[in-house]
Design a protein around this ligand. Sequence first.
Ligand code: HEC
Length: 206
Amino acid sequence: MKYFFLSLIALSILVVGVFGFRGDKFSQAPIQVFPDMDDQDKVKAQTADSFFADGMGSRKPVTGTIPRNAEVGVMPVEFGAGRAGYYFDGKKEATFGNGLPDDLGIESEADMVGLLGRGEDMFNVHCAICHGKSGNGKGVVSHHLGKVGVGVPSLHNYPQETSPDGYIYEVISNGKGLMGGYKHNLPVRDRWAIVSYLRALQASAK
Ligand code: HEC
């Protein structure tokens, strides 16, 4: 009999515990045994928030943000997809040409210094890992590629006479053999900046 009452009490507590207060509203916050991530610092959409000076919780897109379906021509940087002409494909009358494209707008020594500086930065970011900082083909990756028999060429072997500027631009854009292309990563201007910097590396290696 004693066990019967004990079980009845336990059962009542269980039933009331599980079903007793369903749907009731409480003024106090519930006791959280395992808080998980119930309480987070966050901004709900379309609400005010004092964190920002303008008091708005939702932020506007950063200035210069481009919508995915933007019209051609609104891009602040040009990747040159589907466009023709020396600046975009490195070709002068169907063959690869030499010289800086007019579109780069290089008019003074300062412009050229700016272009070379940009070229240096971009070369060190994108190319030096394989071709080496001086372009001698002895980058970190080439050291390891060498172990599996893949050679990375020294860029000093590609002079203007046999490898015109437009050709180097083409290799940077679309890659060659085991080297991938950079036309999706590097805007047209940066690719030309690298070509210029590469010529400077070649000159200094002589
Ligand atoms: C992942 C390593 C790697 C990176 C990064 C890389 N290259 Fe290469 N590059 C190679 C390899 C390997 C070859 C040889 C390709 C072949 O002939 O099959 C090559 C070849 C070349 C050539 C010679 C093409 C020819 O006619 O034989 C040029 C020029 C060149 N790379 C320039 C660059 C420039 C500029 C960059 C930076 C934008 C760059 N590479 C980034 C691995 C790389």
